[in-house]
Design a protein around this ligand. Structure first.
Ligand code: ZN
Length: 146
C-alpha cells in the first residue's frame, strides 16, 4: 500500500511528466524500503522468463530481446501485462525472433510497449517482460518456452 501523500506532488495531466514519474519513483522507494512482503520477490527468488526486452538507455532508438540465461546475473525486470484487444502487434514467432535479437526500433512497437519502455528507462530498470510478446509464442510455435 502506498503511503505517500499525492498532494506532495503537483498534479499533471501527463502520466509521462517528470512530476508523475517522480511520484512513481518515490512510491517505488517506499515499497522497497518498507514493504517486507514486496521484498520477498527478488532477482534470486521466484519465476524468471526465458526472454526479456533489454530497454537500453533513455535515448536509444532500439531495444533488444535477450535470453535471460545469457545475462551475466539475475536482474530485476518489469512486467507489462495488458489487454491485447484486437490490435495486431509484434509477437515472438520463429520468423520474428531473428528480427528481434539484433534490435527493434522502439517506434515500430505499439504505443503501450513504447510507454512501458519509457517508464522502465526513467526508473532505471534494464529489463522488461511483455506478456503478449511471449505468450503468443506458445500459440505459434512449441519450439520455444516462455
Ligand atoms: Zn510494496
Amino acid at each position: 500500500m502506498l503511503k505517500n501523500n499525492p498532494s506532495q506532488f503537483p498534479l499533471s495531466s501527463n502520466t509521462g511528466s517528470e512530476p508523475a514519474l517522480e511520484f512513481l519513483a518515490s512510491n517505488l522507494r517506499v515499497c522497497r524500503a518498507s514493504h517486507a512482503q514486496c521484498r520477498i520477490f527478488t532477482p534470486n527468488t521466484g519465476y524468471f522468463p526465458t526472454r526479456v526486452v533489454d530497454v537500453g538507455q533513455v535515448h536509444d532508438t532500439l531495444v533488444q530481446v535477450r535470453k535471460y540465461s545469457d545475462l551475466a546475473q539475475r536482474s530485476e525486470y518489469v512486467t507489462l501485462s495488458h489487454c491485447w484487444g484486437g490490435t495486431q502487434f509484434v509477437t515472438l514467432t520463429v520468423e520474428t525472433e531473428a528480427m528481434l535479437y539484433p534490435g527493434i526500433a522502439v517506434k515500430a512497437l505499439p504505443h503501450t510497449f513504447q510507454d512501458a519502455i519509457f517508464v522502465c528507462r526513467k526508473l532505471r530498470f534494464h529489463y522488461l517482460w511483455i506478456d503478449s510478446l511471449w505468450v503468443l509464442l506458445l500459440y505459434h510455435s512449441h519450439a520455444f518456452d516462455c
